[in-house]
Design a protein around this ligand. Structure first.
Ligand SMILES: Cc1cc2nc3c(=O)[nH]c(=O)nc-3n(C[C@H](O)[C@H](O)[C@H](O)COP(=O)(O)OP(=O)(O)OC[C@H]3O[C@@H](n4cnc5c(N)ncnc54)[C@H](O)[C@@H]3O)c2cc1C
Length: 376
């Protein structure tokens, strides 16, 4: 039973309600407010903290490793692959420009490591073609280049070849969510946590949004940014969830390298965060089990991560303990393309980030914000 005061201030009719306070929802609110400061926005978030991928990832702002880009070209063709690469590149720059100093943005570059000679040779053969295509995006002839020293200098084992890229960066994902939330509060965007939306109805002149706790919100436009959990609200959307498991070690003395690293076509990724190894991946060990929206750890993936950690990444620090482990849930589809658009004048969505939402959410949300503002 709500009071007059509560209804008057908190449950009034908003211009836009956004469901989901991960990066997609926060960037969307940011650009809507930036381009139309008078707009009234509420974000409804099911968790006390955002509970999907945005605070659970490894803090990579990925441009993409060469073998991953080659796979993208195979799946979606060169034009589309470059289109999405450009979106990622712009997204990484937006993070840096808007919040870089607050989120430990480090443009350290990224490195793909290879233990498979055939995959390396195939990738190497295509590097100059890739660099040629990417030049117009990053403005650099030599975006991907062979790094002959990193493996030995870092003390990695089991890898024989490394290809570095010039534009990848790393961030502190928790700090990015935090500064964006603070910025949105200052812009007078209302964020309600602990509000899980059950359903919505398109009424004559508004969208009614029904939450599990009995609250009913109303807006002129509803935007859904619930990524892997979207089917609960829009069952017809084509996506499937994918879990990413991550671990972080205790601090290690004498780690003398920085940067973000990938191997096995991007299915494994690690970085040095304050002298700890943050290491995730292994979804490809058992897609059937890992294509789930359940937050959990499995022995299969965690054991493999530990094996690779001690044998390949820190072979000289076998006594180092794992400090924490967690999982996050992403959303994928077979075409590897996000879904970000207005479905009609009252409803839009920005979901299915295909494991690339750190880099893609800023650009996708900016475009969607512009689209929404033209129809509001
Ligand atoms: C381990 C891991 C590694 C990753 N690595 C990278 C990487 O290297 N590079 C990269 O770019 N990206 C990476 N990602 C992906 C990136 O984190 C995601 O693509 C991005 O965070 C997605 O943001 P989002 O806002 O779309 O979704 P989410 O962050 O999942 O946010 C969706 C929000 O919606 C809320 N929600 C869901 N249903 C409801 C409901 N019914 N009512 C109210 N709220 C609801 C959820 O609680 C959640 O907070 C990784 C992710 C993981 C887990």
């Amino acid at each position: 039973m709500l009071s007059f005061w509560e209804k008057d201030v908190f449950l009034k009719k908003y211009d836009v309600i956004i469901i989901g306070a991960g990066f997609s929802g926060l960037w969307l609110a940011y650009f809507l407010k930036k381009y139309q400061p008078k707009i009234e926005i509420a974000i409804l978030e099911a968790g006390t903290l955002p509970t999907g991928a945005s605070t659970k990832n490894a803090g990579f702002s990925c441009f993409g490793s060469p073998s991953e880009l080659l796979e993208n070209i195979e799946v979606m063709g060169i034009d589309h692959a470059m289109f999405w690469s450009e979106k990622r590149y712009k997204g990484i720059n937006m993070i840096r420009q808007c919040f870089g100093s607050e989120v430990e943005f480090d443009d350290c570059g990224g490195t793909e490591l290879f233990d498979d000679k055939i995959l390396f040779e195939e990738t190497k053969e295509q590097l100059s073609t890739l660099n040629h295509s990417i030049k117009s995006i990053v403005g650099n002839d030599n975006h991907f280049f062979l790094d002959e020293h990193i493996i030995q200098n870092a003390g990695f084992s089991g890898f024989q070849y490394a290809i570095k890229n010039s534009v990848e960066g790393s961030i502190h994902s928790g700090k990015l969510i935090n500064i964006m939330t603070e910025t949105l509060h200052a812009m007078k965007v209302r964020i309600f946590n602990g509000v899980k939306v059950q359903r919505f109805d398109n009424e004559l002149d508004s969208m009614k949004v029904y939450a599990e706790n009995g609250l009913i919100f109303e807006a002129r436009h509803l935007s859904i940014t619930t990524n892997a959990f979207t089917k609960q609200l829009l069952p017809e959307v084509d996506l499937y969830p994918g879990r990413g498991q991550v671990l972080i070690t205790e601090p290690i003395e004498g780690l003398n390298w920085r940067g973000t690293f990938h191997f096995d076509k991007g299915y494994y990724y690690f970085r040095n965060y304050r002298n700890r190894i943050l290491f995730g991946g292994g979804r490809n060990l058992d897609f059937k089990t890992e294509n789930t929206d359940e937050f959990a750890l499995t022995e299969l993936v965690q054991n493999k991560l530990e094996q690779l950690l001690y044998e390949n990444i820190i072979p000289e620090h076998k006594n180092i303990r794992i400090d924490q482990r967690w999982s996050g849930i992403m959303a994928f589809d077979e075409t590897k393309t996000p879904l970000s658009k207005c479905l009609n004048n009252r409803l839009s969505l920005s979901v299915r980030m295909n494991g690339m939402g750190v880099a893609l959410a800023p650009t996708l949300s900016e475009s969607l914000a512009n689209e929404i503002l033209t129809i509001l």
